[in-house]
Design a protein around this ligand. Sequence first.
Ligand SMILES: Nc1ncnc2c1ncn2[C@@H]1O[C@H](COP(=O)(O)OP(=O)(O)OP(=O)(O)O)[C@@H](O)[C@H]1O
Ligand SMILES: [Mg+2]
Length: 373
Amino acid sequence: MLYNVLIVERNRLYLEKMAAVIQSLPGFELAARFQEPLEALGQGKVFKPNLILLDIDMDDASSLVKDFTEEFPKASIVCTGEKWQGDSASHFVKAGARGYLIKPFTANEFKSAIESFAKSGMESASQVLTFFSPKGKSGKTTLVASLALALARTTGEQVGVIDADLQFCDMGLFFNLDPASTIVEAVRDINFLSPISLASYFCEVEPNLRVLCGTRNPSLIDRVDIPSFEALIKMSRSLFRYVLIDVPSGFCPTSIAAAEMSDTTYLMTMLSGTYELQHLSRAREMFQDWEDIDERLKVVITRVSPCSEKERQRLSNDLGYSVEAIIPNEYKLVSEAANAGRIALDVGGASLFSLAVGRLAESISLHHHWEAP
Ligand SMILES: Nc1ncnc2c1ncn2[C@@H]1O[C@H](COP(=O)(O)OP(=O)(O)OP(=O)(O)O)[C@@H](O)[C@H]1O
Ligand SMILES: [Mg+2]
């Protein structure tokens, strides 16, 4: 595709630099450049741009983005700023922007950013899913790993996993990864990053599945402060269509922050004795102040046998609230997969576990209720 680019940039120096970058790249043509947004709005149409770089380092930038999307409905609007504006980014996206670039940028950075925006966009519809359990050993990490893979494969969309189980993280082991950087470096650098540079902190598992591994050592937990962790989640929204977060078990600042920042929190427990369901209900009470608790908090119970619709309904009736999904008891499959550094979904292709996880992926992407396989 040939890009016909219109640049709107108040700062003359940046304007020159950007124009030079565009002119140096095959596949990109400089259609026009403006220092005044209003001039671009009035005169830009004749150049028929399909890509607009819009300076958003000014007051009222969201309404400007809106004006440009209305005036140029066929063009992709990419915001350019000197600094990542985490709080405003979602407004720009809602107003119609397709991406966000930090100035100045090199030709390579620009090209890979545009390619990535073309693939994923800065989706306003990105979904952040947090997996929370009142106690440890609930089958959280097992589910997150397989679900991420299922989502990536069935939807073809960009999927990101953040291992925020800071002290005893094992997502890296599940995916058999040897990460060059982890959540510790990502939160340390977050204020200087843009979505594109953040992507390199994640390990690529498949072309559309990336994992940000947890700390290398439990003592590093102090290096992950909550505001930076929140900024990381926010920025990840513009990289991925689905962001899955594995958090420490129990209520702690990290698990609470992730739950508050997410669109859906999965409250999980594994059946093994007698108290799990009581703990589940007590944990659910902690979320009672969420006005939209029924939409935002979904219960998933693992190691359920039989894994049938009837059993799901029986559990829902006993608990007095809806159980969204149940995952079958497949200890042999999941433990053998984990020991081999493989993902259970891959090992047990036609297993009940894979089918149940596949159904969950489907229910997330198609926004309908889970049904037993
Ligand atoms: N569906 C399942 N059926 C049977 N056993 C399972 C199932 N899912 C996970 N397990 C087993 O339960 C144990 C805990 O699983 P996992 O590590 O996924 O849980 P977790 O909640 O992430 O635990 P942690 O608190 O250590 O983070 C593992 O031994 C795993 O093999
Ligand atoms: Mg775990």
